[in-house]
Every structure is written in C-alpha cells, then in structure tokens.
Write a protein that binds this ligand. Structure first.
Ligand SMILES: Cc1cc2nc3c(=O)[nH]c(=O)nc-3n(C[C@H](O)[C@H](O)[C@H](O)COP(=O)(O)OP(=O)(O)OC[C@H]3O[C@@H](n4cnc5c(N)ncnc54)[C@H](O)[C@@H]3O)c2cc1C
Length: 425
C-alpha cells in the first residue's frame, strides 16, 4: 500500500512520517531542492497556544518533528509583544536534519519533482504526473502543496514576485492538485474583501546589523526598536497573514527575533526607512530578497475537506497544512499533516477515520477552521494556536494550558495516547 505525499513543507513531512509509522510505503514529491517549504524561513514554535498543541501531538504519538525543532532551538521560552514562551529554531540548520530523519524512516524523498496533474477514474486518483511527463501510481494521496504563490498571484494580489524561499521562477509554480482532480479551491480574503494575504515576516542578514543589536539578539533572542513616528503605519497590519502579530506594538516597533538570521516581524519595510533606525543603517534583506517592497501572497488555495482531513469529492485524497484550511504556522501544519497521513493509511485499510475530539486544541481548531470557512467573515480570519481569534477561543474554552502532565492525562483519558505511533493492521 503506497501513500504519495505532494509537497514537502512541514505538513507534507508530518504526513509522510505518520503514514510510514502507520505501516505504508511512502514517497514524497517536492518541487524545490529542499524539504520544509516555508519552514526554511520561519522558526517560531511553542508560542502561546502552540505550546499546548505541541504537547498534545507529542502525547498522541506524533512528536517526531517537534523533537527535531526543540533540539535545534537557538532560544527557549522567550517573550516578545503579545507572545509568551516562544522557542526559536535555527532556520539555517533545520532542513538537513528533517531530510535525514525522513530518510532514516525509509521514506523516499523526491526533490525537484513537480507534480502537475493527476489521473483519475470516477472519484479515485490512480496516480500523479510530474512535469517531466513521468506517471507515478499510488493508492492514497496527501496534498500538502501549501498556498504560497505561484508568481501570478504575487503579481496580481501583491507587490510582484518577492523572491521568496519557494523560488517559483526556477522550480516552477505551485499546482493545486485537488483542483486538477476537479475540486474547486476555496480562498481566504482580506478585511476589504480582496483575496489572499501577505506573508508576515522577513529576514535581515545579521552581519548587516550593528554589533550591539547582534549581541543582544544572540543573547536574548529578541530586540525591540522604536520606529520613527513619521514612519508608523497601522494600516499595514491589515495586510498580514499572521493576524497573531497584527498588534499595535508591531506597527510602532521593529521586532527582531534570532532564528539564525534576524527575523523582522513585518510584511515588508522600505529599505530606506529601515536604515533610518539606529543599528540598522546597513541592513540587508535576505528573505524575501525583495522584502523592502513586498512579500509572498498566500491563502488562495484551500481544499474543501472533512474533519478527518479528506478532500470532499475525491475518495482517496487527503490534505493538510495551508492546503487544508486558513491555518498559519509550522505547528498547525505538523498537527494537521500528522492526522492526514495517519488517516490516509486508515482509508486504505477500510478502517474508520480518526477524528480528533474537540476536547483537545488540535481537534477543535480543525473543526472550527472548517466551520468558519463557510462564512464571509470566517474567510477573512486566519487560524493559529499562537494568537488572534483562535487563541482567544482556546483560552475561553479552557483548551490552553502549559501543564504537560495535564495534557498527557487528558489524551490518556480520551484513549488516544500514542495513537499516531502505532502500526495499523
Ligand atoms: C516568511 C514567513 C515566515 C513565517 N514564520 C513562521 C514562524 O516563525 N512560525 C510559524 O509557526 N509559522 C511561520 N510561518 C507560516 C508557516 O511557515 C506556514 O504556515 C507553514 O509552514 C505551512 O506549511 P505547509 O506545509 O502547509 O506549506 P508550505 O511550507 O508552503 O509547503 C508546501 C510545499 O509544497 C511544494 N509544492 C507546491 N506545489 C507543488 C507541486 N505541484 N509539486 C511538488 N511540490 C509542490 C512547495 O515547494 C513547498 O515546499 C511563516 C511563513 C512565512 C512565509
């Protein structure tokens, strides 16, 4: 029984691992030359409700990738405006670690292999076509192609190609596989009803910053610098994907985090204005390269799905990460990916699907984001354990805790301990 995963971001890697642990042969196809997708430029873990979700997934038996991010953290338990107990993994070290872990599990990772179409009989996919014409057959498919780009979307809904980590001009555009299979994509909206949203952070080369800032970053993990009054732009917060950072503090200050590079917590920032700030006189963008002008456009490609992460209308296609909802974050991608990969194997054994209960944050966000997708208002929101509307909900519903034993006990009481670690018959 073979599970094919399309897209090797955090969601695809997690899906591959859980499908493998459940007993499948797994092949992953990724269009670029690296696994992790946007995970190569992020780094923030365990902030706010993500701590709870991380520990829930560990108790469910799906903690493999969190072990890697935890072990490659540059800073643990740091606070920055609106965010507590964040861990920051090193974006320059994480990718090879994840790739070798996948390979150690005998998961076949195919890089520079872009999937462009599917072959289907009735509602069942038989296999995928790669851009070089190759056909690869499989039994169950998990689509984790994300929602970033392609370039046309960044041109139409953004400020042009920002030259982001996905490098569409070289590796080819993202393809919505569910759409190729005949299922229309849903789209996220901005407050004014326009489509998509700008990615919410950039990276500056640390070597281009003052010694004082670099020392503080290395030591504390975070540096907050005041923006000159004439350059404060509160409206820019509305453009952001990451509504958890759409706080006044992020408009009035430059917030830098140490993820190996200096992560600048804003969508884009004109270089000339940035260089007015003390210590940033020589600042240089290295992700996206055009971070002085724009950022990548996301959330134009969400597959309609059920709460087991199966795509509606196709029998053997599952989805996760940004493809599976208006989710923001590595943790969100890993949690949904783990469930999608596991259920792909259940499907092929004709077993009942695993739907995580709403008593835990992971189960709740999966159902809640799906329900919210039905309304216009809901499509203007993004869903993350780290803040905005969903973290508020977590607190209100009593789902947020940093008590690891309480999380383990809850999962145990629900008879779900280690469920993602077990091989299915
Ligand atoms: C600049 C930036 C900073 C961020 N910082 C953070 C952070 O600090 N913390 C956090 O939690 N989240 C952060 N995020 C958000 C987070 O990175 C994403 O929400 C999450 O990683 C999405 O994972 P994914 O697997 O769903 O999608 P992606 O990471 O987009 O992965 C999709 C993969 O599919 C591949 N693909 C697409 N089409 C095809 C095809 N046809 N064939 C084969 N492969 C294909 C792509 O190349 C890509 O590798 C950040 C995002 C950005 C852009």
């Amino acid at each position: 029984m073979k599970v094919i995963v399309i897209g090797a971001g955090w969601a695809g890697c997690a899906a591959g691992i859980s499908a493998k642990k459940a007993g499948a042969e797994v092949e992953i196809f990724e269009k670029t030359d690296m696994v992790l997708g946007l995970g190569n430029v992020g780094g923030i873990m365990r902030n706010n409700g993500r701590f709870t979700a991380t520990e829930e997934l560990i108790a469910l038996g799906g903690g493999d990738l969190f072990n890697i991010t935890d072990n490659n953290s540059r800073h643990k338990n740091i606070n920055f405006p609106g965010h507590e107990h964040a861990w920051l993994y090193d974006v320059n070290k994480i990718e090879p670690k994840v790739k070798s872990y996948l390979e150690s599990l005998n998961i076949k990772v195919n890089l520079i292999k872009r999937v462009i179409d599917v072959r289907k009989t009735k509602n069942k996919i038989e296999g995928i076509y790669l851009s070089d014409g190759t056909f690869v057959g499989g039994d169950v498919f998990v689509e984790t192609t994300g929602s970033t780009g392609p370039m046309g979307n960044c041109l139409r809904y953004g400020n042009g190609c920002s030259m982001c980590i996905l490098r569409c001009p070289s590796f080819g555009p993202r393809v919505s596989i569910s759409s190729r299979a005949g299922v229309d994509d849903l789209q996220g909206e901005r407050e004014d009803g326009s489509l998509g949203a700008f990615s919410g952070s950039c990276k500056l080369a640390k070597d281009s910053l003052s010694e004082e800032i670099v020392n503080e970053l290395n030591c504390k993990g975070v540096v907050v610098l005041k923006i000159p009054t004439e350059d404060i732009n509160l409206d820019k917060l509305k453009l952001k994907v990451c509504q958890q950072y759409a706080l006044k503090e992020f408009a009035e200050n430059v917030v830098l985090l140490d993820t190996g590079h200096a992560k600048l917590m804003t969508t884009f920032y004109p270089l000339e204005k940035l260089r007015k700030i003390k210590g940033l006189e020589n600042a240089k963008f290295i992700d996206p390269y055009a971070g002085g002008k724009g950022n990548s456009i996301r959330y134009l490609s969400v597959a309609p799905r059920t709460d087991d992460m199966k795509v509606k209308g196709i029998d053997n296609l599952f989805c996760a990460g940004e493809k599976g909802g208006l989710f923001v974050g590595h943790t969100e991608a890993i949690c949904t990916g783990s469930l999608a990969g596991h259920n792909a194997v259940r499907y092929s054994h004709c077993m009942p699907m695993l739907i995580l209960p709403r008593e835990i944050a992971i189960g709740d966000i999966i159902t809640y984001a799906n329900y919210m997708m039905l309304s216009n208002e809901g499509r203007k929101k993004r869903y993350t354990f780290a803040g905005a509307i969903y973290f508020e909900r977590m607190k209100k519903e009593g789902l947020y805790t940093t008590d690891v034993d309480a999380i383990k006990n809850k999962i145990n009481k629900l008879k779900l301990s280690d469920i993602l670690n077990k091989k299915l018959a």
